[in-house]
Design a protein around this ligand. Structure first.
Ligand code: BGC
Length: 501
């Protein structure tokens, strides 16, 4: 069973390095997050989120923004200490906010003691915690699989074998077919659950299981580089979403047994049917919810949004819970991607969807991508633009302005908390709307709401809505929304929530 609190919950992603810096060393830290909790919940003008997800704060090897972990059960000195984490969790709980940690299950840093031991020789007791294959006589990597960050997914080792890494070479993949690895990860989870955290955002879950045949799979052709990507996504055919993944996810879920009310929220970049397969299947429950990122990857286009919502309702129908986000630390921010003039309409869509919703720090004040520095050693993949520090002065200014984006987010979050239809109700995507307009109904026993957003470039007249102006419970911009003679006129990027009697 998915805990009741998760239904309709709003989760706020804190990327600690760029959130709030308490000690003034230029790097955000856990004490900074604690000092800014009023922004999230409990304060006089708080957003009122249900949970935070803390991106990694663990000791790390310095190549992937903390996702190259060297110790899963500690805090890196630049972020503080375990005592700071405990204080943050306690303060969140006092305010009724749950805390999810980032669980990096698929790989470790190459400096993690498990890998240092595994690499010490073929006879190492940890050797089989990672994925090794013998070198090929022609000197090419064992197979043509490529890493998500480009180049071969294999790195040669002096032992005469190569190890597999789905991401950077400094991030060797764990062998999830090895029961010892599963047990070790269950212990990590237990450590944090015992400390009182409310669950995990599980990193890159589709990569946990690879095809069993690591070498010469497929056999390399004589004339092409064995690791060159092939048409049709061949490179991922063997490393992602493989048979056996369901079993691994079930095992992760079993590690949560005895901890009611905690959740596993998986990171996927997959269409709704694959998300559903990560949640349920033969043999028992898997994840509680999975972020699919279909909207985040979509253009600002009503037809594309409509398709994603229809697919979610078909494949993730209740009691399954879709989970949505428009931005995160890996993607260009949506205010940059779609344009800041669409930020209000985007928030209206996101915060009226069924399921869980993730906000990425700073989107509530319309933060744009920073210029890519190209110098950040933690950002070889070029993602530091979306990891620019949150500007607290800008946030304070917006807090006092009722017309600001921040005030709009607060309005929507308040509505979502108070409205049974938005929080827990069904979602039915509407058809027959003018081109460019996205619409859906949210309905609970006591309440029926219609959400309409004009994602097109021209004003749209929506004749099928017969409503009086006072039935509008929220609008991006009242000037852009005219209700006249039973019809509604929506300007470009305008949106509205209508309550039906
Ligand atoms: C994280 C990325 C990271 C990758 C490898 C992703 O899920 O969100 O930031 O680079 O996993 O750990």
């Amino acid at each position: 069973m998915t805990p009741a609190w998760a239904s309709g919950a709003v989760v706020y992603q804190v990327y600690p390095r760029a959130f709030a810096d308490a000690n003034g060393d230029g790097v955000g830290d856990l004490a900074g997050a604690l000092a800014r909790l009023d922004h999230l919940a409990g304060g006089p003008d708080a957003l009122g989120v249900d949970a935070i997800w803390l991106s990694p704060f663990y000791p790390h090897g310095g190549v992937d923004g903390g996702y190259d972990v060297t110790d899963f059960t500690d805090v890196a000195p630049e972020f503080g200490s375990l005592a700071d984490l405990d204080a943050l969790v306690a303060a969140c709980h006092e305010r009724g906010v749950r805390v999810l940690l980032d669980l990096v299950t698929g790989h470790t840093s190459d400096r993690h003691p498990w890998f240092v031991e595994a690499r010490s020789g073929r006879e190492s007791p940890n050797r089989d915690w990672y994925l090794w294959a013998d070198a090929r006589p022609d000197g090419y990597p064992p197979s043509n699989w490529v890493s998500e960050f480009g180049g071969s997914a294999w790195t040669a080792d002096p032992s005469g074998q190569s190890y597999l890494h789905s991401f950077y070479p400094e991030q060797p993949d764990l062998n999830w077919r090895n029961p010892a690895v599963r047990a070790a990860m269950a212990e990590v989870m237990q450590f944090w659950l015992d400390r009182g955290v409310d669950g995990f955002r599980v990193d890159a879950i589709e990569f946990l299981i690879k095809d069993e045949r690591l070498r010469d799979n497929p056999p390399a052709g004589p004339r092409r580089e064995p690791w060159s990507p092939e048409p049709g996504g061949l490179r991922r055919r063997w490393t992602r979403n493989q048979p056996g993944l369901g079993g691994a996810l079930r095992e992760l879920r079993r590690a949560m047994d005895g901890f009611p009310d905690r959740i596993l929220l998986g990171e996927l970049y997959a269409p709704a049917p694959r998300v559903a397969a990560a949640l349920t299947g033969p043999g028992g429950p898997r994840l509680h919810a999975g972020l699919d990122h279909q909207l985040a990857k979509s253009p600002w286009d009503a037809a594309a949004f409509r398709r994603a919502l229809v697919a979610a309702e078909r494949h993730l129908a209740p009691p399954l819970l879709p989970a949505w986000a428009l931005s995160n630390h890996d993607l260009s921010r949506h205010a940059t991607r779609w344009g800041v003039d669409r930020a209000r309409a985007a928030a209206l869509v996101l915060l009226t969807l069924r399921g869980m919703v993730c906000l990425y720090q700073g989107e509530e004040v319309g933060l744009l991508d920073g210029p890519p520095s190209g110098r950040d050693p933690l950002d070889r993949a070029g993602r530091d633009g979306s990891r620019a520090p949150l500007d607290w002065a800008q946030a304070e200014g917006q807090r006092r302005d009722p017309a600001s984006l921040l005030s709009w987010y607060r309005t929507l979050l308040t509505l979502r908390r108070q409205s049974p239809a938005l929080r827990h109700g069904s979602l039915t995507v509407l058809g027959g709307l003018p081109t460019g307009v996205l619409g859906y109904e949210r309905e609970a026993a006591s309440e029926r709401l219609t959400v309409l957003v004009n994602m097109g470039a021209r004003s749209a007249r929506i004749g099928l809505v017969r409503t009086a102006p006072d039935a509008i419970v929220a609008a991006t911009d009242l000037d852009a929304v005219l209700a006249r003679r039973g019809a509604l006129q929506l300007g470009p990027n305008a949106g509205v929530i209508i309550r039906h009697a």
